[in-house]
Design a protein around this ligand. Structure first.
Ligand code: CO
Length: 257
């Protein structure tokens, strides 16, 4: 409880100090927000969005989740993106990863952490798709750092594929997309990709991966485990199996009656 009281106490002190420096500080910001940036970062407590970017309340629209993942199936991040781009009219969308990211590390290993394993699946794909490049990095720490960077590029590419970004670009509008990695040892933001403002730019981003595998899921045909089984023959086999099964169930039901 003592730790909790501490943050309330710090809040009182902070608010008083801000007001003393500028009596209008809160009133000016309470009226409206006009952020220029949407920041998508990791939930990690060591990477506070406003602190590391030196921004004030009202300047940064923020979405954070474990390992800064951008997925079209995530209603949360997609809503934030849509509101930021179409309503707030942000000029820049920034994906910020960080070295030492626990989420990325977990995705590189085999240990199970429960529900979060599902969340980290897209990063396992990043590791898989970039295997040729990553296999060449013998130093474990360097390989970890590289996955953090590749994950940022991947999420940036996911962003470029969203209808919100596609529509904005089709109208000749911003936002520009940027990818950063925060160095938790130095406190510095490293620019991985900056000023992406078109599909061509985003495609180049994906091509930068040495594996030569384009971003997004691999094509279905490449993943087909047993192509010989595909086609009419397989469909007939499945249909037959279903009919056999139904016949068994029907017979059992008849027995019950
Ligand atoms: Co992290």
């Amino acid at each position: 409880m003592e730790n909790f009281r501490k943050i309330i106490q710090h809040n009182r002190e902070w608010a008083a100090a801000m007001k003393e420096a500028d009596p209008e500080y809160f009133e000016k910001r309470a009226a409206k927000q006009e952020p220029h940036y949407l920041y998508i970062g990791c939930s990690d407590s060591r990477v506070p969005a406003n602190v590391v970017t030196g921004t004030e309340p009202g300047e940064l629209f923020v979405h954070r989740n474990i390992a800064n993942v951008v997925l079209p199936s995530d209603l949360n991040v997609m809503s934030v993106l849509q509101y930021a781009v179409e309503v707030l009219d942000v000029k820049h969308v920034i994906v910020t990863g960080h070295y030492g990211c626990g989420g990325v590390k977990a995705a590189m290993g085999t240990a199970s952490y429960g529900l979060v394993d599902l969340w980290l699946q897209p990063i396992r794909n990043v590791v898989r798709w970039n295997k040729p490049e990553l296999d060449q990095i013998t130093d474990e720490q360097s390989r970890f750092d590289r996955v953090v960077e590749l994950n940022v590029l991947e999420q940036l590419y996911h962003l470029s594929e969203t209808p919100v970004i596609q529509n904005a670009w089709a109208k000749g509008r911003r936002p520009l997309l940027h990818g950063l990695v925060y160095d938790i040892h130095e406190g510095l933001l490293r620019e991985i990709a900056t000023g992406v403002d078109s599909q061509e730019g985003a495609d180049q981003l994906a091509q930068r991966r040495q594996s030569g595998v384009p971003a997004g899921p691999p094509p279905i045909m490449g993943r087909m485990a047993n192509p010989i089984m595909a086609g009419d023959e397989l469909a007939d086999q499945i249909a037959q199996r279903v009919m056999d099964r139904m016949a068994v169930i029907g017979a059992k039901d008849a027995q019950k009656k």
